[in-house]
Design a protein around this ligand. Structure first.
Ligand code: B12
Length: 223
């Protein structure tokens, strides 16, 4: 394989062509050549998904393409996740993460979980289509210091406000960082929904949580 950029482009094209066998082969080759698993996902597969998503928006792609792309990505990221997670030294804190009510996307959320595992968190993934109460119950049960709500679809992003309210009502909101994220989530929306920060990628999520903990970013005051 000639270069990293070349490899990432081939991965992107395999996703665009919905060619799962080729994607598998490219992942093997990438791993053999020492490529970073997270980079293969974020800079290879993700740009391919954007092309598929845009095609779906403009009527050139169908629901079946989203389903196939989702299955392919689920398999590929399932293979890579253990490699991303490895090496994390447990530091005694728990993150609870889930996808909010009305939304079933989970691939990105699982990558966020893997990155937090790699940073030493015990990650409790409560699943998809979860109510605000389920987030609050899990946060309380597991004494979470970080709660992450994934909201990929635009119409469900406001539901993150319900999660914040449930965390406040359960009396656990003051002792944690509440971070929201997903496709095209903005910091302004995060603030409006009572979250301390928004992350549009797994890397941004862990970076912002570390900054909030270190006091390099301020927590939301009016929860
Ligand atoms: C695969 C896919 C699906 C699969 C999901 C498979 C699965 N189980 O996850 C299926 C087929 C089920 C699906 C269904 C639908 N989908 Co869809 N889907 C996609 C697609 C192609 C890829 C999503 C993905 O996995 N991306 C890869 C991961 C790695 O990226 P990510 O999800 O963005 O996650 C990263 C960040 O967002 C962030 N992040 C994610 N979660 C969290 C959480 C926290 C706490 C933080 C901090 C950060 C964070 O970090 C992640 C890693 O870096 C996207 C297009 C795209 N470009 O993303 C459309 C897309 C998300 N889908 C879309 C739509 C419209 C739908 C449907 C409504 C279609 C329909 N008409 O039925 C349904 C909704 C079903 C539902 N109720 O949820 C739209 C959303 C548009 C919008 N403005 O809301 C998109 C953008 C496509 C498009 N351009 O039109 N979809």
């Amino acid at each position: 394989m000639s270069s990293k950029a070349d490899m990432l482009e081939k991965i992107r094209d395999a996703v665009i062509d919905l060619d799962d066998e080729l994607l598998d082969k490219l992942i093997d080759e990438g791993l053999k050549s020492g490529a970073d698993p997270l980079e293969m996902i974020m800079e290879g597969m993700n740009p391919g998904l954007t092309v598929i998503g845009e095609g779906f928006d403009t009527g050139k792609r169908f629901m079946s393409d989203l389903v196939i792309a989702g299955d392919m990505l689920n398999d590929a990221t399932g293979r890579l996740r253990p490699l991303i997670e490895s090496g994390g030294k447990p530091m005694g804190e728990t993150m609870v993460i889930g996808t909010v009510e009305g939304d079933v996307h989970f691939i990105g959320k699982r990558i966020v979980g893997a990155v937090f595992t790699a940073s030493g968190y015990r990650v409790v993934d409560i699943g998809e289509n979860k109510s605000a109460k389920e987030f609050a119950n899990a946060a309380k049960e597991h004494k979470a210091t970080v709660v992450g709500a994934s909201a990929i679809l635009s119409p469900v992003k406001a539901y993150c406000g319900n999660v914040n309210k449930a965390l406040v009502d359960a009396g656990v909101r003051d002792n944690m960082i509440y971070i929201v994220g997903g496709w095209a989530f903005t910091d302004e929306q995060a603030e409006e929904y009572g979250a301390d920060a928004a992350g549009v990628s797994a890397i941004e999520a862990i970076r912002k949580v570390k900054m909030l903990k270190a006091g390099e970013m301020s927590m939301l005051k009016d929860r």
